[in-house]
Design a protein around this ligand. Sequence first.
Ligand SMILES: *[C@@H]1O[C@H](CO)[C@@H](O)[C@H](O)[C@H]1NC(C)=O
Ligand SMILES: *[C@@H]1O[C@H](CO)[C@@H](O)[C@H](O)[C@H]1NC(C)=O
Length: 502
Amino acid sequence: MGPNGLFFLLLYSCYLLSSTQGLGFNWGTRSSHPLPGDIVVRLLKDNGINKVKLFEADPQALSALGDSGIEVMLGIPNEFLAPLASTVQVAEQWVMQNVSQYISKYGVDIRSVAVGNEPFLKNYMGMFEQSTYTALQNVQAALIKAGLARQVKITVPLNSDVYQTDSGLPSGGDFRADIRTLMIAITQFLIDNGGFLTVNIYPFLSLYADPHFPADYAFFDGSAAPVVDGSISYSNVFEANYDTLIWTLEKNGFSNIPIVVGEIGWPTDGDINANVDAARRFNQGLLDRISSGQGTPKRTTPPEVYLFGLIDEDMKSVDPGNFERHWGVFFYDGTIKYQLRLTDGRYLTPAKSVKYLPKQWCVLGPGANIMDPTLAGSIGYACTYADCTSLGYGSTCNGLDAGGNVSYAFNAYYQTMNQKAGACTFNNLAVVTRTDPSIGKCRFEVMIDISQHKKAKGGPVVSSDTTRPGRDSSVALSVVAVVVLLISSLTRVHHALIASVC
Ligand SMILES: *[C@@H]1O[C@H](CO)[C@@H](O)[C@H](O)[C@H]1NC(C)=O
Ligand SMILES: *[C@@H]1O[C@H](CO)[C@@H](O)[C@H](O)[C@H]1NC(C)=O
């Protein structure tokens, strides 16, 4: 190697050091006020993140990623599986519109297409079993036809309940019996086409699902090793879970397929175990593993990892739990929740140029009677259209008094409705204040001003008004009952569910 070679090697090393290798982020966009795409892309770049996973071909996100140098794993929602499986033409259309176009016209660096999202989750009761494999084959055929198959690889993001272990040990791992044949066919197809396996592993959900789960075992720095498998002692559930997959694959003759961890992370609100300290402990432990290139006992080469998630999403389904809206390393507006040392040694940097609505909040009026019979209905109404998940048990705003609860709900609604006139009346029991009602860890937010961002960009932006006013009801239920009921019954499409426990 001549001096030039050495120079480039050094440059290349600098490049490696200045970006966060092996780490990507899931960028979900189920928000009432999504942060504009260009701001998110800048946020990623400022933090040295060069890989991102999208759950769908969101035009805003994709066009913002154009010429950014950020590698994209592009997801296809489960609802698309049946149409994509119906004919190869549908897949060709999808690839043309959502892959080819963004690569050639916008310069988006799409590296893989993730077909479906946890389609074999037990909760779906087989709904996507018929379509997934055919959709995968059709998408691959369409990529080949578009001349993209070398650049764009295929995968299927799986929930970790596609494998299990009867012995409770990783070495007992095998595919779940009801989908074993299907999983073998899919894995073989992925291998034959240069694809990879994607698995989502959520130690938080193990802890959430089982009150007897040893808490330390969910983290990477626990000292106890409750699982001993032959000569291997497991001190964290991530490794045990991941190695169960490796054993499963080996047992079925697939020792070499590359694996990507498609989702992993820890939420900061909405449950007793979801808080900033636990999230920092988990995610920092994860990042430290990635920086040190640590694999697991069964596979020493570390997987590529996509953290879930980048930003909070206030419109995610809360079917799995209230924590669903709080997985972000950043708040909804790209501000930092807690500090993390990234894999390049840098610390998190917040989003820049975010524009906010005026600093004002909607609260219960000073003279209002907390026993007013219309209050329960008003809260129910407010929390149907806005996110009140921070009020629940174990959450950041759970300590509020009855009046505080009402104010929180009023403000959440007022902000979600862009502080529009008439969104802070609630039978004349509400008033607008310029004093921030936030108290302790309980944040009364001021929303992002989407209209200012639209103006700043001068172009059309995907509508943020996903919320629609409905009929006001004045059911005289107790305030608490209504809030609890609504928090647990809001349903929308979601992307992360229960992980299996080894
Ligand atoms: C491209 O993807 C988006 C979002 O996933 C979808 O709405 C659209 O229908 C897709 N285009 C085609 C031609 O399937
Ligand atoms: C406030 O609301 C939460 C969630 O519904 C509830 O757990 C709590 O008891 C309420 N506090 C008061 C004082 O009503």
